[in-house]
Unconditional design. Structure first.
Lengths: 285, 404
């Protein structure tokens, strides 16, 4: 039974990690708290559901379409709206994304209604050594980990990735070296939105989706990033897995009604004892 | 804004008509205004929009037949609606606004037991009758208020009938697991089922709560699976219930009786789960297959369902029907009293019996409907089947979730 508990925790934890990576990236590079993140996830999930249910495209491909759409959406939003205030104090950009989120979320309630919608997939489960693992969740976990890994690799080894890191370290110096900072900002925001859409695609096979889930997703992303260390990709992974395991065991130990509380309690503890997060460190990756 | 302009225009029009010396003065009688705080956005947006549709069904039908007859004039009906964003505090503010700024004649309660209880205090203070169409917990009606009238009969009656029903169909069932959302109604009805089940000889093998926004039930369900219950009673809103049913499946859980209250009674539950919803049972305060007659609007339950389907392209659930019936009893009271004054209408509501498409309604001393009979439903092959009461049943109970 303990093995099953751990497996359950890791499954939800990797979904959490995927959820938070995009949020963390945008915060780390742009110093923007993207309140729209939860709505991006929901939008990605809706695109996945609609593409696969109404056009018969496979869920994986549908999720990729969602990623593409959100990348463009994120890029344009940053390029033409947020770039105008990106150098202003964080509160200004926070207010801007908050306002945009209200617009986006209510537009989704109008368009999709608040009635939950699901991607009905029946992949079944596998049982190994007494531990039952649902295939849909395993798939979501693999997708989440693969994308997180890919992003990490890109940031370290591609020219674009190095440019993003350079802007993150010092945007003035990066500009002097010929990096077009507003463009890097827009691309980073686009990648953040893309990761949100990927998480949305994974969520769509697991959860019934409504626009109202956006606040839940945003709250989780925040807790995960604080746990793991704001602004780092491995931090989101560590934070996500930690939160998943913690909520799972919290539910067993104290009862399910406390599992959400346990996550926030740990966040406060980490803020007090280790403000840079469990995997965070001062400086840059 | 549009409404205000409309009103402005109609006042001017009435003035012009008077100047011309026309006799059509009665047409300009003020409409009867019902204030409705609705949860159109936020966590209860789905339920809120259902309530709005139910209210509109009543207002439209009454206006289509010329309005309400008050003494010797015909008065139209108008719903004054605000979105309270599923936040209790905002619901209280909006009810206050409806009472002091809009000065409505009557009130609808916001969604659910908790928010109804929070706002009923103001209706009492201003002595304006308030109709609650989605509050079933006894605890809402324990303040000896004179202005709160609840359409749904007590959840306690529902719990008692459910326990007896399953006990009679499956006498070998001995172990029950109860898992409830930590909110007023879901928690209350789960507690009542637990109490009655224990009285009927069930062994309560699991008893737990979960909080709104829970995203994973795998470990709790692993615990419940290990306890091996014969009857799994879960309460909550539709979102969580869908997730719980899915996770039961992915953990390979198999239980003879699975009852999900109240979200499973909505067609969206079946639409989101497909085959997984088969043999899940639920309960409802009303169902389109009911056979009640109505002399005020729509004629009977069948006609109501037909009209609803034509307008919204879906079947009504008890939630929409209760909202329609709530507005109906209010307006019928106005007609019977021959006056729209709160005192006269309150007196009618408190003393009379109303025969509606929703079923007979008679408010008890605490203000809650004391007649009407609970319905037990089961989803069989994607269809909602009524198992009880026996005189309206459309099928027999099938044990086994998932079906074997």
């Amino acid at each position: 039974m303990i093995a099953q508990y751990i497996a359950n925790g890791l499954l939800i934890g990797s979904l959490y990690a995927c959820l938070a990576v995009g949020f963390s990236l945008i915060y780390g590079v742009l110093n923007i708290i993207n309140v729209m993140h939860g709505s991006f996830v929901v939008l990605g999930a809706y695109i996945t559901i609609y593409c696969s249910q109404y056009f018969g495209i496979s869920p994986l491909l549908s999720a990729l379409i969602g990623c593409l759409v959100l990348f463009v959406f994120g890029y344009l939003t940053q390029r033409f709206l947020i770039n105008e205030v990106v150098a202003a104090p964080i509160f200004i950009s926070f207010t801007l994304t908050f306002g945009l989120d209200l617009l986006l979320n209510n537009a989704m309630i109008q368009a999709f209604t608040a009635t939950p919608r699901s991607l009905i997939v029946d992949y079944g489960s596998v049982t190994m050594a007494g531990v039952t693992l649902p295939i849909a969740r395993l798939g979501a976990m693999v997708l989440a980990l693969a994308l997180t890994g890919l992003l990490y690799w890109l940031l370290r080894h591609s020219q674009m990735g190095r440019a993003i890191i350079a802007v993150r370290m010092d945007r003035h110096a990066a500009a002097l070296l010929g990096i077009r900072v507003p463009r890097i900002y827009a691309i980073t925001f686009g990648i953040g939105a893309l990761m949100a859409a990927a998480a949305g695609g994974a969520m769509a096979v697991v959860y019934p989706i409504t626009p109202l889930l956006s606040t839940v997703f945003l709250g989780k992303s925040f807790v995960i990033c604080v746990l793991g260390g704001l602004g780092s990709v491995p931090g989101a992974l560590v934070g996500g897995l930690a939160l998943g395991l913690l909520e799972s065991f919290g539910a067993v130990a104290f009862g399910s009604q406390w599992s959400v509380t346990v996550g926030f309690a740990l966040m406060i503890l980490v803020l007090v004892l280790r403000p840079s997060g469990l995997a965070g460190r001062k400086g840059f990756e | 804004m549009a409404r205000r302009l409309g009103k402005f225009a109609s006042v001017n029009l009435a003035g012009a008509v008077l100047l011309l010396g026309s006799t059509a003065v009665t047409l300009a009688a003020d409409p009867i205004r019902i204030g409705a705080p609705l949860s159109l956005t936020g966590s209860l947006a789905d339920e809120g929009s259902k309530e709005q549709q139910g209210l509109d069904m009543c207002v439209d039908a009454v206006n289509a037949k010329g309005g309400v007859k008050v003494g010797n004039e015909q008065r139209k009906v108008e719903a004054v609606k605000y979105d309270y964003q599923s936040e209790t505090g905002r619901a209280v503010q909006i009810v206050q606004r409806l009472l002091t700024v809009d000065k409505v004649d009557f009130l609808f309660a916001p969604y659910g037991s908790g928010d109804t209880k929070a706002t009923a205090v103001q209706a009492e203070r201003y002595a304006i009758p308030m109709i609650a169409t989605s509050a079933a917990s006894d605890a809402v009606y324990d303040q000896k208020q004179k202005n709160l009238f609840g359409i749904l009969f007590p959840s306690k009656a529902m719990a008692e009938i459910e326990v007896k029903f399953y006990k009679a169909r499956m006498p070998q069932a001995k172990k029950i697991a109860v898992f409830a959302l930590n909110s007023l109604f879901p928690k209350a009805i789960a507690g009542e089922v637990r109490t009655f089940a224990a009285k009927e000889g069930f062994d309560v093998v699991f008893d737990g709560l979960y909080s709104p926004g829970t995203m994973d039930f795998a470990n709790v369900l692993t615990q419940i699976k290990a306890a091996n219950p014969d009857w799994f009673y879960v309460t909550g809103y539709i979102q969580e219930l869908i997730l719980i049913r899915r996770q039961m499946d992915s953990l390979g859980m198999s239980v003879p009786i699975v009852t999900m209250t109240a979200g499973a009674a909505y067609p969206e539950f079946e639409q989101n789960l497909g085959a997984l919803s088969n043999n899940v049972t639920s309960n409802a305060w009303w169902h389109p297959s009911a056979t009640y007659k109505d002399s005020f609007i729509y004629g009977d339950a069948l006609e109501y369902t037909k009209a609803f389907k034509a307008k919204y392209k879906k079947e009504p659930t008890y939630l929409e029907a209760a909202a329609t019936a709530g507005c109906e009893v209010l307006l019928e009271s106005v007609e019977r009293a021959g006056s729209a004054s709160p005192d006269a209408v309150r007196k009618m509501l408190a003393s009379e019996r109303f025969d509606t498409f929703y079923g007979p309604i008679k408010f008890g001393p605490n203000g809650q409907n004391e007649i009407n009979s609970p319905m037990i439903l089961q989803i069989q092959n994607g269809k909602y089947i009524v198992l009880d009461p026996q005189d309206v049943k459309t099928g027999e109970f099938k044990p086994g979730v998932p079906p074997r």
